[in-house]
Structure formats: C-alpha cells, structure tokens
Design a protein around this ligand. Structure first.
Ligand SMILES: [Zn+2]
Length: 348
C-alpha cells in the first residue's frame, strides 16, 4: 500500500467531515485574505486567494493539504507576490503564538513531543492570559480566541467583542504591535522606574521562588535598583527578574510580520495529524489534553498493520494507546503522527 496516498485519503476524509459539519474556519473577509498550504514542507505555496467561502471550501476538499494557513492581514491584492508592499494591507488581526521547545523533563529529541512539553505550552498560555492579557491589557476572556496549534503551542487571538476597540487594535501599526510584544517580554523594563503591573508580577515571582526574601520595600517603591543594590539577596533577585522576563516562548514574528500566515482553525497539523483546535474558554484550556482532545475520533477506529523500518527509538501515546518502534498495529491517528515525523515504515 502506498503510504502517502493513504495519508492523503485520511486528510480528505477529515476535511470532508470538517466542512460538512461546518467546523473549518472561514476567515472573516475571506476575499481579502491570503492563503498558504503545504504537503511535505510546511509552506509549499502561498499567495493563494478565494473569491468566496464556496470556492475556498471546494479547494480544501479537492486538495486536502497537510498544512493550511490564512493571513492575519486583510489585503486588497492577497494573491500578488513580492511581499507586504505589493499587497495593499488595510487591516490585521492580532495574535500571540506560544511555541515551546522541549523541556528538561522530556526524554526525546527537539522534533518530538510528549505530555511534558505539551503541558509546558499550556502553562505558558495560561500565564500569558492570566498575567498579561486580562489584568494588564484589560481584556476579558470573551475577547480572546485560544487555539491549540496542533503541535507544541497555542495561538491566542485578540478579538475584542467591543467593535470599536476591535477596530482600533486591528488597525495597529507594526510599531504598535511591537510595543505589545516588547511589553510582554519585559524588553523595556527599567528597574529604576518600574510600573505597577510588572512590579506585581515580579513580587509574585520572588515570593514563589524564595520565601526568605522580604518584598515589603519593593511593594511600595518604583525605584527597585536603589533597594536591590543594598540587599544581600541582590543577585538572586536579579536572576528572578531575568527568569520572569524569559518565561514565555513567543514567536515574535507572528506579531511583527505584516504578511504572517497562521494555521486555519480546525485544519489538521501536518506534522502530528492533530486538530488545530479552538478551546471555548480558559476553563476548557485548563483541562485540555491534546493527545486525547485534539484527535479526530474517526481515526481512532481505523487500524493499520505496519512494519517499522526506522532505527530511531520513539514513544508516543495517543488516546491512551502507546506506540513505539515495535508497534505492529496502529490507528490512523498514529499513522499520521509517524508519517508527519518522518518515521520510516511500511503499510502491510
Ligand atoms: Zn516533551
């Protein structure tokens, strides 16, 4: 059996389901959006556009790509090539992209995943929302669209339900967007004059890391440097400040790049075969387990006999079933995962 042909069939089956059940994202203002897609590479092609929803869905059904993206920007000429200046951009959605590396608990290579790094991605997403977006940016949960990226990350769209605010932020310039990113990453943080929100965040971090450090003086003072310089725990505090600034693994390009593409919600991620899944709220995110909840359940009832020809040692658990080099019978979800990760095997 030809593996790639079988993988294609599975992607087609999924997109048939997603379109029939109306869960595939149809980006707002679809005629102004650029689309991109890929099969064996993440992006084989971009500068694609559709006149309307029907044309878009027909294309997806016919081509069933392994990676599918839309532009965050709205453009007058979405299919013109040659970069941002040629496209007549007049509006742009805002999104943060958390994309984590493997953690110290992970026992695999950088290109693999496990419950530990997936948990870390989730933890960082919750931190971004609870520490920055809600208290500092004044957003509500309903103003956010939280989406599992399909791999080791999350996309957090800022979608204020207040149309006037949305109008303002979707017209932000590149510099405005850069300011948001710099703020979250603490790039302009100045310990000689520290703002209220970052002070709150750092005090919390200090208390969590070392209960022996007294934060009383720091709580009332803007000029932290003056106080810290006279403390015995000076270096410890400076370290905690740096750690806190570096806590989030954000892909800055997703905020910066005018013509950045982001995965279509409820498409499949070609490396994992997992659904790029939207969570309904923070509570939903907190109990979300990608290895279970981002799996297309129809694929779990479909089995393949295989022979693995790869020397690499691996292990992955999908929907409670464990797979490794010795596996002989795998589900369609595992098939897509192994194929996406370039594990060599033969379908029998
Ligand atoms: Zn891991």
């Amino acid at each position: 059996m030809n593996t790639f042909a079988e993988v294609q069939k599975l992607y087609k089956e999924y997109y048939n389901f997603a379109i029939k059940n109306d869960i595939l994202e149809v980006p707002e203002g679809i005629e102004y959006r650029e689309f991109g897609y890929g099969y064996l590479k993440k992006v084989d092609n971009r500068n694609l556009s559709f006149k309307n929803e029907r044309e878009y869905k027909d294309w997806v059904l016919k081509n069933a790509p392994m990676h599918l993206y839309k532009s965050l920007a709205y453009m007058l000429y979405p299919n013109k090539s040659g970069g941002a200046s040629k496209k007549g951009i007049f509006r742009r959605e805002l999104a943060f992209d958390i994309d984590v590396h493997k953690t110290t608990k992970c026992k695999h290579d950088e290109d693999w995943i496990c419950e530990h790094c997936l948990e870390e991605a989730k933890k960082q997403t919750i931190y971004l929302i609870e520490e920055f977006l809600i208290p500092d940016f004044g957003l509500d949960e309903e103003d956010l669209r939280i989406v599992f990226s399909g791999n080791r990350g999350y996309h957090i769209y800022i979608k204020p339900k207040d149309e006037n605010i949305r109008e303002i932020i979707e017209n932000y310039s590149k510099e405005d967007r850069g300011f948001l990113m710099d703020y979250v990453l603490g790039k302009n943080l100045n310990l000689n004059y520290i703002g209220k929100s970052w002070r709150r965040r750092l005090i919390k971090a200090i208390k969590e890391k070392d209960k022996r450090i007294s934060t009383k003086k720091l709580e009332k003072e803007n000029n932290w440097r003056k106080i810290i310089e006279n403390l015995k725990s000076k270096n410890k505090i400076y370290n905690i400040v740096e750690e806190t600034k570096n806590k989030l693994e954000l892909d800055e390009k997703v905020m910066d790049d005018d013509i950045r593409l982001l995965r279509v919600i409820n498409s499949l991620h070609g490396y994992t075969g997992f659904i790029v899944k939207q969570l309904s709220d923070l509570k939903d995110l907190k109990k979300f387990n990608p290895l279970e909840d981002a799996i297309f359940k129809h694929f779990e009832n479909k089995y393949y006999e295989i022979e693995i020809l790869d020397n690499r040692k691996f292990e992955i658990e999908i929907c409670g079933k464990k797979y490794n080099n010795k596996s002989k019978k795998i589900t369609a979800s595992a098939l897509l995962f192994l194929f996406g990760h370039n594990i060599k095997f033969e379908l029998l």
